[in-house]
Design a protein around this ligand. Sequence first.
Ligand SMILES: Cc1ncc(COP(=O)(O)O)c(C=O)c1O
Length: 370
Amino acid sequence: MEHLPQQYRHLFPTLQMHTMLASCSQSALAEPVSRAIQDYHDSLLYMGTNWKEAIEKTEFARNEFAKLIGAEPDEVAIVPSVSDALVSVASSLTAFGKKHVVYTDMDFPAVPHVWQAHSDYTVSVIPSIIGVMPLEQYETHISDETVLTCVPHVHYRDGYVQDIKAIAEISQRKGSLLFVDAYQSAGHIPIDVKEWGVDMLAAGTRKYLLGIPGVAFLYVRKELADALKPKASAWFGRENGFDGAYAKGARRFQTGTPAFISVYAAAAALSLLNHIGVSHIRDHVKTICADAVQYAAEKGLQLAAAQGGGQPGMVAIRDERASETAALLKKKKVICAPRDNVIRLAPHFYNTKEEMRHAIDEIAAKTIHK
Ligand SMILES: Cc1ncc(COP(=O)(O)O)c(C=O)c1O
């Protein structure tokens, strides 16, 4: 799989100067994405208006995201962020008459933040057990009173990968809807919402999806979407922007004008990812992470990831001064992503085994000399 970096590195000018290993936060900017951002700018500068083109680009981006997750375009809403996606979902559940929601202690803090604001719901947090989340936890904590189960596909802190198909089976059997936060997986782990039986799934574009902030996607299974009436919905969520009927499918979860410049970037980025194929990306990332895990252990570094789950697509190294270490590495042009007491090395298809080893050498040198 070393052919992926060989084939595509030339598209990323940043890689000539930097070792970019922060895809769990912001991936490197690809030339086609940079050109798309420029196109949006130029179309305003030279044509004066670009509304029609921007709407077409929005539909293109929707189609590409649908392709990426095995959905139909009508099942995809374009929203400003993953947090906004969940706010819209939370505003749509009253019809079920059930008031119990569960999420996990592996969810990104935005998920608890949304539910903390919904005091009319009873909320339970599903605890992980020493870094892993056995399926029995879902059996125990989801009940027939649960209206929604929120889970991350991948834990943002250490890359722990959950078996979404198995979780979907449990939540469906117990009569709960399932919302999957796929922000840390979309773009490097294949997703098939139909095969897995997912009800709702969201992902933003600035991490492994190669885009910039400002836009995210929300999948809602078609029959489900048509039955819901989200309160967080406005003219982009209407059949015809100026009349009151909800749009068919997931579009009803949209509110106002999308950040078109981010949509242009997303369209180019998603098209590149679909062209490469996420399963190839997964194979490559797994291979270089497996090598890096072994190399880090040889260097005496302590890994943060627990044993279990699918193989992580990042290498999380324990470091009590992770932010400080990341700042030192940045001075050496190694870009990684610290979070709490871990340094995350999160490669993508353009990274090599040697880059991962180089970052580990830098971290090990810093740790030993401190
Ligand atoms: C797993 C996960 N979910 C959600 C978010 C927040 O996304 P947004 O800022 O688009 O709401 C992040 C951001 O880092 C994340 O890692």
